[in-house]
Design a protein around this ligand. Structure first.
Ligand code: SME
Length: 163
């Protein structure tokens, strides 16, 4: 287990507090910062919004910017999560032909779709420098976070781009 159940529950409460206090992209940016700072195996945390056939980076927290600020829905692990509407978890990105590389240090990745009214509106994308960095507890936490931030992803439309 990489995130204990109690820290996961506490983290979810924090995300709920963020979403209660902020809206749109400001809430997404704060949620990314909070998750990245809270869990050492979360190396880079981003939120994309689905805009037509493209995923647009709305907020991120991590040591470096990604070149993948817009990802066509037919590309990458991000595209697959958006197309299928289910979480994609890859223990070793080096063995994934679909993987779009962002950082040389990345070993594992989880992409969790964000839904609104049953449709994919975006996703949470987290890279880890650890092989098999994410387990079922991470997945449950992030799927719960995805439901909480859904209105913020929808509300991020039209805001100025990050950083
Ligand atoms: N690795 C992703 C691209 C986004 S970066 O991880 C920030 C993918 O395969 O879709």
């Amino acid at each position: 287990m990489t995130v204990g159940r109690a820290p996961a529950a506490a983290a979810l409460l924090q995300v709920e507090a963020i979403v209660g206090r902020l809206s749109g992209r400001a809430a997404l940016a704060e949620a990314c910062r909070f998750l990245e700072a809270s869990f050492p195996h979360y190396g880079w945390v981003g939120v994309y919004r689905l805009d037509g056939r493209e995923l647009v980076l709305e907020a991120y927290a991590g040591p470096a910017a990604t070149e993948h600020t817009r990802i066509p829905i037919d590309r990458g692990l991000c595209g697959r999560a958006a197309r299928d509407g289910v979480t994609v978890l890859v223990d070793d990105v080096r063995s994934s032909p679909e993987y779009l590389a962002c950082f040389l240090s990345t070993r594992s990745e989880i992409v969790v779709p964000v839904l609104a009214d049953g449709r994919v509106v975006g996703e949470i994308d987290i890279d880890s420098d650890r092989t098999a960095g994410f387990d079922a507890t991470d997945r449950r936490l992030l799927e719960a976070v995805a439901t909480r931030i859904s209105p913020c992803v929808v509300g991020a439309v039209g805001a100025p781009p990050p950083g």
